[in-house]
Write a protein that binds this ligand. Structure first.
Ligand SMILES: [Zn+2]
Length: 310
């Protein structure tokens, strides 16, 4: 039984807001569903942890976000969807990447992800147009990239630490992280002290391995007496895919392509990247999807026609 949860706190002096998370179960679930190897597991796992932390810190109510990272490295694109209530899903384009350890004997996530690319964050606030922002990758190590995104796009000076420990058999031993935001009342001396402290403490994965909870991690950074705890939320890997949703995306394929699929294969199987669920459509089902696609093309043509007449 996993005990994944995310705690939110504020320092009593009002200078910092601090979040910490144990997401071992979330990352283990993603690893199992996509059968990822070490470097892919660590890259995806860190992004899942960062996505949960970022969502908890910047989203409200029913808002959701999609984070997309591609640095040109062997793992390809990493995609994570998260909401403000502890739900997350994610996938990595190339799950079977394993690399030699880096010079500090850790999984070389920076090399696996690459640094020639961007981190894009799309926030859906319930309106029609999602808000989208992208920043160049800082190091491809993920934690640094979230820190850079928060500074550049959200104008919130922050420190983000994310870490995943992968067992020799590719399963996940622990995964978690912290996110600390500097609030307007923070003075330079306090920021200096925090930066020094963050360099002294062990990595989050080492802390989790020694049975430390998210609260213990924040207490270690700030001192227990200096923190006020605000919320403690369970987090979980959940996918909201369904046969109906996939049918809708299939109806966006062109009528010609759908006709070809019907003629050649008499059916179709779609697999969800995120959770691995398989959805099968028989010939009859494909024909009704084709009808939706034809209708869409027809309406688009009428619209273009009307535009041209204006
Ligand atoms: Zn799914």
């Amino acid at each position: 039984m996993q005990n994944d949860h995310l705690v939110k706190s504020i320092t009593k002096d009002g200078m910092f807001r601090a979040y910490a998370i144990d997401a071992t179960g979330v990352v283990a679930e993603a690893q199992k569903r996509q059968a990822t190897w070490s470097a892919s597991s660590a890259a995806l796992g860190r992004t899942l942890v960062g996505g949960l932390l970022l969502s908890a810190s910047v989203l409200k109510g029913q808002e959701t976000m999609t984070i997309q990272i591609n640095g040109g490295g062997p793992v390809g694109t990493i995609m994570v969807d998260a909401d403000a209530n502890g739900h997350v899903k994610g996938y990595v384009q190339h799950p079977h990447v394993h690399l030699p350890l880096n010079r500090v004997h850790k999984i070389d996530v920076g090399k696996a992800v690459g640094v020639n690319g961007f981190m894009q964050v799309m926030k859906s606030m319930g309106g029609d147009e999602p808000y989208s922002s992208s920043v160049p990758l800082a190091s491809g190590e993920i934690g640094d990239d979230f820190t850079y995104y928060l500074a550049q796009s959200e104008q919130i000076p922050s420190a983000v630490g994310v870490s995943v420990f992968v067992n020799d058999d590719n399963s996940i031993k622990v995964a978690g992280g912290y996110l600390i935001q500097t609030l307007p009342d923070a003075d330079d001396a306090a920021i200096d002290r925090l930066e020094k402290r963050l360099k002294q403490i062990p990595m989050v994965s080492e802390l989790l391995l020694s049975q430390q909870s998210p609260n213990d991690i924040l207490n270690l950074i700030f001192g227990e007496d200096n923190l006020e705890y605000l919320t403690d939320t369970p987090v979980e890997f959940t996918c909201n895919c369904s046969k109906k949703r996939f049918a809708k995306s299939l109806s966006r394929v062109s009528p010609d392509e759908l006709r070809a699929i019907i003629a050649e294969d008499h059916g179709a199987e779609l697999i969800c990247h995120f959770c691995g669920a398989r959805y099968n459509y028989d010939e009859e089902e494909l024909k009704s999807i084709l009808a939706v696609s034809e209708k869409r093309v027809e309406l688009d043509a009428q619209k273009d026609d009307n535009e041209a007449k204006k």
